[in-house]
Ligand binder design. Structure first.
Ligand SMILES: [Cu+2]
Length: 482
């Protein structure tokens, strides 16, 4: 699946395009977004097909939005065209590109075309090269796309907070005469998220958070490590079939380096910062360290079918969001997570993020476990329990069993209880977690470190559950109700 909505040029004639809800865009009547959701995307043209250079026009609208990084983590973000990252702008080498910025933020902004050698007045830095584009104002950027490959764009007014709040997106310039055709192409933009940094803090109308106030040198704290504005299973995976050749564009939009590692596959670095690497100089690696602002294009061949990790090798980054999968069509994991996979991919309890496996359907487990219909629906009791040492008290007259959440496992992972017992899940880890029954009958949402969630189980049978955000790290459990 292609990762980004591609921003089509104004007046473009693509019959597959469909309107998408971007209220201001609709009002302006300016923007049509194409959901580039078709599986795979073949690129590459023969010499005979290379079209002439043309003028391409786009509109980018900045506004404040609600953004869901993953279930349980909804934030206020600043976004281009209603999404984080902004839509992919895709043009061809030599095209004249005209992009109108419509600023609907309550603060001035601008756009820098990172990796594009544009004239100074089109480069974006506020103060040095242009005045800020004020709230409600428009500005037209115009340049010729002379630099091929993986480029990107981002805000360049107070970039420390504006990029951190979501103002960045990919810009890809296809060469006029591409030499390589890929079966599928993916773009992953890395960034970090600071839950203490809100638009109000950025505007100065709310105080800086207590942690950030203690940091020095303008550093922002980091709570989550993102790929394409999302974390954990909300990140769409790299889907491929055996024998396919895949291009993965890594782009670092954040402030930290990341060591992106692929399991089961080495990859070839075919471009750095968009520029093709000569064949004799290409490195074959399984981990690439990408610094802030950099891009690496990785070529990967589907020669080892399975379900594989693809993650940042700074392990606490992976623990807090920066991990996804290389997922072959029809493949199922070989570990204990396998029962949570369906023939078509993850079961509903896991596939709650991008919905990339299609509409919800009853999970057909590879290893079905009989879970009887509860006579009475289990009733979650008091959700926020105060401290690790004081889990939520069960209602009077009921038994209670405590299951501890430790990064990244349940302890004990298997328990047997009499019907009517309250199971209290207490998070004693450093990361937040969640608990969800595989049959969808109950789920906790986010449980902070030190927090707890309780559910009363009345019906005999076996209940399997997962942490919806760390199941790929092995966080599964089972309760047998007698
Ligand atoms: Cu990392």
């Amino acid at each position: 699946m292609h990762q980004f909505d591609t921003l089509k040029p104004l007046g473009g004639g693509n019959p597959r395009r469909r309107a998408r809800a971007v209220p201001l865009a609709l009002l302006l009547g300016l923007v049509v977004l194409v959901a580039g959701m078709a599986a795979g995307r073949r690129i590459g043209l023969t010499r005979a097909e290379a079209p002439p250079a043309e003028t391409r026009e786009f509109a980018l609208i900045t506004e404040e939005i609600d953004w869901t990084i993953m279930p349980g983590v909804a934030v206020r973000a600043w976004a281009y065209n209603g999404q984080v990252p902004g839509p992919e702008i895709r043009v061809r080498e030599g095209d004249r590109v005209r992009i109108t910025l419509h600023n609907r933020l309550p603060v001035g902004t601008s756009i820098h075309w990172h990796g594009m050698d544009v004239p100074p007045a089109m480069d974006g830095p506020v103060g040095l090269n242009q005045a800020a584009v004020g709230p409600g104002d428009d500005f037209v950027y115009e340049f010729t796309a002379d630099n091929v490959g993986s480029r990107w764009y981002h805000a360049h007014a107070d970039p420390k907070v504006q990029i951190a709040l979501g103002l960045y997106g990919p810009l890809v310039v296809d060469p006029r005469e591409p030499e390589t055709a890929y079966d599928r192409e993916y773009t992953y933009m890395t960034n970090e998220w600071d839950l203490e940094l809100t638009p109000d803090v950025a505007l100065g109308t709310a105080p800086i958070g207590p942690r950030d106030a203690h940091l020095r040198g303008g550093e922002l704290g980091t709570d989550l490590f993102l790929l394409n504005g999302r974390a954990h299973e909300s990140i769409p995976p790299i889907e491929l079939a055996e024998g396919e050749r895949v291009l993965i564009r890594l782009m670092n939009a954040g402030n930290l380096p990341h060591a992106i590692h692929s399991h089961g596959h080495s990859f070839t670095i075919v471009a750095t910062d968009g520029n093709p690497v000569p064949e004799a100089a290409r490195l074959v690696k399984d981990t690439v360290l990408i610094g802030p602002g950099e891009r690496y294009d990785l070529e990967l061949t589907g020669d080892n079918p399975g379900v594989w990790m693809f993650h940042c090798h700074m392990e606490h980054h992976a623990d807090n969001g920066m991990m996804t999968l290389i997922e072959y069509d029809g493949a199922v994991p070989t570990g204990p997570v396998a029962p949570y996979w369906t023939a078509g991919g993850k079961a509903d309890a896991m596939d709650h993020g991008g919905g990339h496996h299609g509409p919800a359907a009853p999970p057909a487990l590879a290893d079905p476990i009989a879970t009887p219909e509860p006579a009475t629906a289990p009733e979650p009791t008091a959700t926020p329990a105060p401290t690790p040492t004081e889990p939520a008290p069960p209602s009077a007259g009921t038994e209670e069993t405590v299951v501890t959440l430790v990064d990244d496992r349940f302890s004990p992972a298997v328990v047997e209880i009499p019907a009517g017992t309250v199971v209290t899940f207490v998070n004693r880890g450093a990361n937040w977690h969640s608990v969800a029954a595989l049959d969808g009958s109950w789920e906790s949402g986010r449980i902070e470190p030190g927090g707890a969630y309780s559910v009363r189980l009345d019906t005999p049978g076996e209940v399997r559950y997962i942490c919806q955000h760390h199941v790929l790290r092995g966080m599964t459990g089972r309760v047998t109700v007698q």
